[in-house]
Design a protein around this ligand. Structure first.
Ligand code: ZN
Length: 169
């Protein structure tokens, strides 16, 4: 099994835990160049009532000082995430000096931000330092897609929260 596949499966496990916590099913893993897992993260937006608690940010927070040690030592970290990073997480990834980003499912219709920022001709020098691999495994992409579909049925999904609000429930 390829190492990318292994780490994406770990990220998927985190996404499943998030769904069971009734929050967005997104997971992330940060790995060093010797392929040790430095940190895992998952979405905690609803579970922590924190709009910024995305999986990538959670993983970066959990990585703590190793982010700065890697920067000093010139070590190249990879972040694996189950969905294309949003605007905020793309910024977080650049601030945390990730050198490679791999994600399972593109999110062009939603809050996916990485490709839009990458195509905007801005922050080019920073973005050129990061290698990107998107949707490398069709079967794992389907698994993430299934988690997103299950999320639509969750009471915390914004559509369901709005209809509950309208009903006065
Ligand atoms: Zn995000």
């Amino acid at each position: 099994m390829s190492k990318d596949r292994f780490f994406l499966e770990v990220a998927l496990e985190e996404a499943e835990i998030a769904l069971n916590d009734h929050t967005y099913p997104v997971g992330a893993v940060i790995v060093d160049q010797e392929r040790n897992i430095i940190a895992k993260g998952r979405n905690r937006v609803h579970s922590h009532q924190d709009a910024t608690a995305h999986a990538e940010i959670d993983a970066i927070r959990n990585a703590g000082s190793s982010i700065f040690n890697a920067k000093i030592e010139g070590e190249k970290f990879t972040i694996y995430t189950t969905v294309e990073p949003c605007l905020m997480c793309t910024g977080g990834i650049l601030f945390a000096k990730m050198r490679r980003v791999v994600w399972l499912l593109n999110d062009g219709e939603g809050f996916g931000g990485y490709k839009k920022i990458n195509g905007a001709g801005i922050f080019e020098r920073k973005l050129n330092e990061v290698d990107v691999s998107d949707e490398p495994y069709a079967d794992l992409k389907i698994k993430q897609h299934d988690l997103m579909r299950q999320w639509e049925e969750n009471p915390n999904h914004v559509g369901n929260l709005r209809s509950t609000f309208k009903k006065g429930g």
